[in-house]
Design a protein around this ligand. Structure first.
Ligand SMILES: Cc1cc2nc3c(=O)[nH]c(=O)nc-3n(C[C@H](O)[C@H](O)[C@H](O)COP(=O)(O)O)c2cc1C
Length: 350
């Protein structure tokens, strides 16, 4: 049985796994503003000499958000995947999730993540093995709709059914489509119709209003939200209000300033120099900035800051000049995060 959502009868919400973003610190910050029903870890890399990465394990072992967390794996070596599942099941995970979507060339060239979508037969073997090793424990899949096109989609959905996955998250783009452009919600709807398990709709769920629209269009059991939870960590609370037919309290620019400071403190570490930490903050602020200034001025200025003082001066200028002004629900058109911050891009180091 899947863990229950926080409000019975409402669609589910999940924070999408995001490498170098959804660590323990980030999950705690999101939970402060209103936790999703489910968390997913960044992917654990699985290969012959891999061991579950310690910093990712922390997001499981020290997770005090009160919400279930699924451990995501990326790999294709069945004995190593089975070994890793056994290791991870010694920890308090809700289940095991398999990554069938990562579009980074260094990843898919190894035939893992999104690369596996070129080989539905291999996916079938992997799902069979994972189902067996997970036993009665939960086993979930996160996939894109295909590699070059959606040709393998239905075969993979049939494998998901054959091996009785407990939950399926579908990012409605191919690997080639990366992170931009239209999301094929019609194919997510097809997954909902074909899959025996609940489906989470993923891709460009930018706001609570969009969550409702995507749920109506796809019939999915819930939504999985990634980049827009970085931009707007209130989004899960806003979704719950919207699902209950209520209006959520608007978020002010001053609250966004507080969020940035909370994130800065949460992600701080003694062995991390200030300059490096400021650069790390830019990764999150790339997304936050999409709703701060319609002309992109916040993004332009924050990217040039080289110290915490400079960074917060930019924040103050944009967020505290009119502190009560509402933070935009949607990203401003044309204000985009840098492509290299839209990750799942780090090389797999073997
Ligand atoms: C920075 C970043 C890192 C990501 N890392 C992962 C990952 O580790 N595993 C995974 O399955 N997807 C990963 N993704 C993809 C997201 O989980 C999600 O499918 C995608 O961003 C689309 O959802 P969104 O429009 O809500 O962001 C990543 C995305 C981003 C932007």
């Amino acid at each position: 049985m899947l863990p229950k959502g926080q409000i019975l009868g409402q669609p589910l919400t999940a924070l999408a796994p995001m490498q170098d973003v959804t660590d323990l610190a980030f999950m705690r910050v999101v939970a402060h503003y209103g936790a999703p029903d489910y968390f997913f870890t960044e992917f654990f890399r699985v290969h012959a000499s891999s061991r579950p990465e310690k910093h990712i394990l922390r997001s499981i072992v020290e997770n005090d958000t009160g919400r279930p967390i699924f451990a995501q794996l990326i790999g294709e070596d069945i004995p190593q995947l089975a070994r890793t599942v056994r290791e991870l099941r010694a920890h308090p995970i809700a289940g095991i999730d398999l990554n069938l979507g990562c579009p980074a060339p260094k990843v898919y060239k190894k035939n893992v993540g999104g690369g596996l979508l070129r080989d539905p037969q291999r996916i079938d073997e992997i799902l069979a093995a994972l189902r067996e090793v997970c036993g009665t424990g939960l086993f979930t899949v996160k996939m894109r709709i295909g590699f070059d096109d959606a040709a393998p989609f239905e075969a993979v959905l049939d494998s998901v059914n054959r091996h009785a996955a407990d939950l399926l998250s579908v990012h409605g783009r191919t690997v080639r489509e990366g992170y931009r452009g239209e999301v094929h919600y019609d194919l997510i709807a097809r997954a909902v119709a074909r899959a025996a398990c609940p489906v989470l709709a993923n891709g460009n769920v930018t706001s609570a209003a969009r969550a409702r629209a995507v749920l109506a269009e796809t019939g999915a059991a819930g939504v999985m939200i990634g980049r827009h939870a970085i931009r707007n960590p209130w989004i899960f609370t806003q979704c719950r209000a919207a699902f209950a037919g209520q209006a959520a309290a608007p978020v002010s620019l001053a609250q966004v300033r507080d969020y940035i400071e909370r994130l800065y403190e949460a992600t701080r570490s003694a062995d991390f120099p200030e300059r490096a930490h400021v650069n790390k903050m830019k990764k999150y602020l790339n997304f936050v900035g999409q709703s701060v200034a319609p002309d992109g001025a916040f993004l332009y200025e924050m990217r040039r800051s080289t110290s915490a003082a400079e960074l917060f001066a930019v924040c103050d200028a944009h967020l505290l000049a009119e502190p009560d002004k509402p933070y935009a629900d949607e990203p401003y058109p044309g204000v985009i995060a840098r492509p290299n911050s839209e990750g799942c891009q780090a090389p797999l180091v073997h």
